[in-house]
Structures are given as structure tokens and as C-alpha cells.
Design a binder for this molecule. Structure first.
Ligand code: ZN
Ligand code: ZN
Length: 383
């Protein structure tokens, strides 16, 4: 049988793709994908039968036979086993009505719903699954479980909670990459906070949805770093520290870059945005690393000033932006290093994105919505 199949595959592989017409290729590509799906369904049904007769070591055998990961083999086995309880669904994969992934998404129902009822509801399940994406089926299945069995949903959630994780690591480029999985109820507050923050901030917002979510995450943590009762480290509340040279601070050319503890070198615009709304201390070390002096080097923005600026501006003042005060920096219109004072008429709210854009020189006074600003600023800043 497999010899015939191989011969058929060989014949298809011999098709002159470059010489074929697009219409013909379309028919073939779709047909082959569908056939591949049906073949996977047949293989899965056989896998289920093998596992049923010789459950011991089936996952290991499947892993080694295909050279796939143990995790992937385990998933295939669990799906095959589940589909044995849903024979009509299994057949629907073989006849091409459902993909194996669509059918697999129905498997969580097995063991959670009454067996006879589940068996009888297969036609409806097939129809519902055929009309949905794999993720959509997953949500639908959770809904069905919740509708029919509260304890089963509880179990499901416990299982999801057990699988929660968050992994990240810092690459040599300083970029932090990671993955995570959160159970539904844990993800809820996270999405409730992130989603509104991840909306486009005005018509000038060129960021992709993924970039906006990433920025929102950073904003939330920026707020936490500034306001939250963070764990103490060495008797001190955690704070973000940067190491900058005197030459860098003075804006001298050729000064080495500023660096942060976790992620290494930082650009000037980003760090200036950070420093614009920070309390700075200068720690002077001698050649042996002994602390020679420690001094506060700027006037801190007071809580009362923050409150006043928030009440006056009510949002990021970049035109078209609606980021609320809790997620804004307080920005010095005339920079501290240019002698700008920490007084109300020199302070405005800017969200982190617009704040950095300002310090990159791409957001100017005329782009801000600051009707209260009467007296013109020093010419250099109006640029
Ligand atoms: Zn600033
Ligand atoms: Zn903004």
C-alpha cells in the first residue's frame, strides 16, 4: 500500500512546477494539502489503535520513529487517544471535513462531558468545528465545558494554571526575548491593563499591534518601577540604575555609551527621556572603587508638582494622544541640562513613546497641545 502511495508522491514530485500554469498549480496545491490532512487523520487513527493495544512506551516509540520531540509525540498520542472516543470526528478528518488540528481541539471535551451525550453530539461538534479556526474551537470547547460541567472547568483551569510560565533571557545584543503562557483567569487582569494601553495613540502612531503591546508592557513596568512598593534590595527600594560617564553627561563627542545593569548600552534619546523625569544622584568612585562622594544633583519633581501637572494636562500633551497621567512621564520642556527649571510652566505630561520621540528631536513644541503655555520658550527649544 505504501509502495503505491510512494509511487503517487513520486509522480507528483515529478510535476514540472516552473512549467505548469498557475491555475493548475492552484488546484494541485489545494488538493495535496487536503490529501495530506486526510493522510494525517488516517495515521492518527492508527496511532490511537496502537496506543490502545500497547500503551506502554507508545509515545517514546512515536518520538523515535519520526524523530520529533517527546512533547510533540505526547500531544499526538493524547490526541489520537481522545479521538478514539470521538469516532465520527475521527472519520471527519479522514474524509477531509476537518483538519486533524481542528479535531484535536475537540479532544478536551472527552472525559469532561457525559460519554453518551458526547457520542451523540458528534455531528453537531463536527459542524461547529468545521466553521471555526483551531483557536476558535478551543474557546468554544471551554464554553461547552463550562456550560455542562463546572467541576470540569475547574479542573481545566487548574491544569492551565499548572502549565503557566514566563521565560526570558537577555541576548548578546541586549534584547530580551521570551515566551509565556497564562491561565485564563490570570491573563484577565493582564489583558485588562495591557489592551487599552496598546491602542493606537493618535493618527501619527506608526507602530504595529505587536509593537504597541510591547510598549504597553514596558509602560506598566515603568509605572511599577516608579510608584509601586517594590521589594527592597540592600535596604533600598529597587530602582533603575544607569552608569554614565561625566563626558556622556556633558554631551561630549566620543563619550562611551551609557549602560544599564541588565541590558547594556543605551541610546542618548531614550536615556535622556529617562533622566528628564528622574532623581539623579552622582556617586563618585576612586580608582579602587571606593565611594568618594554621593550627592543629589538635580531638583526632584515633587509629588505635588506631579499631581498639579496631571490635573492640568490630564493626558499626554502630544496632539492626538490620549495616554492617561499614570502612564506618562513628566517632561522638562527646556531640558535640565540647558538650565530648564523644575517648575510647573516648564513641565508637561508625555507618554513614554512621545517622550522618547521628543528627545530624538522629532516632536516639537508646535506638536504639543499646551494652551496654557503663554510665554514663549527660549528660542533654542522651539527650533
Ligand atoms: Zn523629557
Ligand atoms: Zn503620547
Amino acid at each position: 500500500m505504501l509502495t503505491d502511495l510512494d509511487a503517487a508522491v513520486d509522480a507528483l514530485a515529478a510535476v514540472d512546477v516552473a512549467g505548469a500554469e498557475v491555475g493548475q498549480l492552484r488546484v494541485l496545491a489545494v488538493g495535496l494539502e487536503k490529501a495530506a490532512g486526510r493522510l494525517r487523520g488516517i495515521a492518527s487513527a492508527m496511532l490511537g489503535e496502537i496506543e490502545d493495544r500497547e500503551p506502554e512506551g507508545a509515545a517514546w516509540w512515536w518520538r523515535d520513529a519520526l524523530g520529533i520531540s517527546g512533547e510533540a509525540a505526547g500531544i499526538a498520542i493524547r490526541r489520537a487517544r481522545g479521538l478514539r472516543s470521538l469516532p465520527a470526528v475521527s472519520d471527519a478528518v479522514v474524509d477531509g471535513t476537518l483538519s486533524l488540528d481542528q479535531a484535536g481541539a475537540l479532544v478536551p471535551l472527552v472525559g469532561k462531558l457525559d460519554e453518551v451525550e458526547l457520542h451523540d453530539s458528534q455531528p453537531a461538534l463536527i459542524e461547529g468545528a468545521a466553521a471555526r479556526t483551531v483557536d476558535g474551537i478551543g474557546q468554544w470547547v471551554r464554553h461547552l465545558i463550562a456550560l455542562n460541567s463546572e467541576p470540569a472547568l475547574e479542573l481545566e483551569q487548574e491544569e492551565a494554571r499548572r502549565r503557566r510560565f514566563l521565560e526570558y533571557r537577555t541576548g548578546p545584543d541586549g534584547v530580551v526575548r521570551g515566551r509565556f503562557a497564562l491561565a485564563a483567569e490570570e491573563a484577565e487582569p493582564v489583558l485588562t491593563v495591557l489592551e487599552p494601553l496598546a491602542k493606537r495613540s493618535g493618527d501619527d502612531d506608526p507602530r504595529t499591534a505587536g509593537q504597541r503591546r510591547a510598549d504597553a508592557l514596558v509602560e506598566v513596568f515603568g509605572g511599577a518601577a516608579r510608584w509601586a512598593e517594590l521589594p527592597h534590595a540592600g535596604g533600598q527600594r529597587a530602582q533603575i540604575s544607569y552608569v554614565i560617564s561625566a563626558a556622556w553627561a556633558a554631551g561630549q563627542a566620543g563619550a562611551g555609551p551609557a549602560t544599564a545593569a541588565w541590558t547594556g548600552p543605551q541610546t542618548r534619546a531614550r536615556l535622556e527621556a529617562e533622566l528628564c523625569d528622574a532623581r539623579l544622584s552622582r556617586v563618585l568612585l576612586d580608582a579602587d572603587g571606593q565611594v568618594v562622594s554621593l550627592e543629589s544633583v538635580n531638583d526632584q519633581i515633587s509629588t505635588a508638582q506631579r499631581r498639579a501637572v496631571s490635573a492640568r494636562d490630564r493626558r499626554c500633551v502630544a496632539r492626538g494622544c490620549s495616554r492617561p497621567p499614570a502612564f506618562c512621564d513628566v517632561h522638562h520642556l527646556i531640558a535640565r541640562k540647558d538650565g530648564g527649571p523644575t517648575t510647573l510652566d516648564n513641565l508637561v505630561l508625555l507618554c513614554r513613546r512621545h517622550h522618547v520621540v521628543w528627545h530624538q528631536g522629532r516632536l516639537l513644541l508646535r506638536d504639543l497641545d499646551v494652551p496654557w503655555l503663554r510665554k514663549p520658550l527660549d528660542p533654542p527649544m522651539v527650533a
